[in-house]
Design a protein around this ligand. Sequence first.
Ligand code: AMP
Length: 215
Amino acid sequence: MLRTILLGPPGAGKGTQAVKIVEKYGVPHISTGDIFRENIKNGTELGKKAQEYMNKGELVPDDLVCDLATSRLLQPDCADGFLLDGFPRTVYQAEKLDEFLKEHDSRIDVVLNLAVEKEELITRLTGRRVCKVCGASFHIVSVPPREEGVCDFCGGELVQRPDDNLETVTNRIDVYDSQTKPLVDYYEKAGNIATIDGAADLDTVFGDIVKAIGE
Ligand code: AMP
């Protein structure tokens, strides 16, 4: 059983580490950002509502996100644990999540806090390119695809996320500092947070995550 939250600013590597955690521990990966992007792609009402906030780098309203996340957590594949990525993002969301878990006799085992400096976040995010088809993530300098603009894994087209331009990235980091960073204190008080140096190489970061979770 592993019930965990990946916390950290945009660009800290949450998505990349999530893939490795899911592979090792077999828990479902719940990314509210991915759920919103899927809804935008499919043109749903939820997608339309979320898109206006996302494109500006602002947070989608708490109640919308909380309903979405808790209904996902009620699905049977979450019975033996889950990995939350990008949720909660405000103290209000964290309180709602705690209430929900308490009602279901559950709790968070460990919060994994990936820490990375602002300059590095900007470099990572503005250079990120993602595959339109399979979602794989590349970076124009540090993880370039074999052929420019083409996914190594499925041959799909690589594009920049609409919220990865410099202006939106800067806003997303500011929003993180003002609204999400207070969660570090929140979980420190709860006593179940592990802070990990997210600037190290991928395998070192993952090694530290495994140490924090336990084999
Ligand atoms: P992410 O893929 O986690 O970087 O999320 C992309 C965008 O989706 C964010 O910049 C927000 O606009 C929105 N979003 C995702 N998760 C949340 C959340 N927990 N609360 C509010 N907005 C969210």
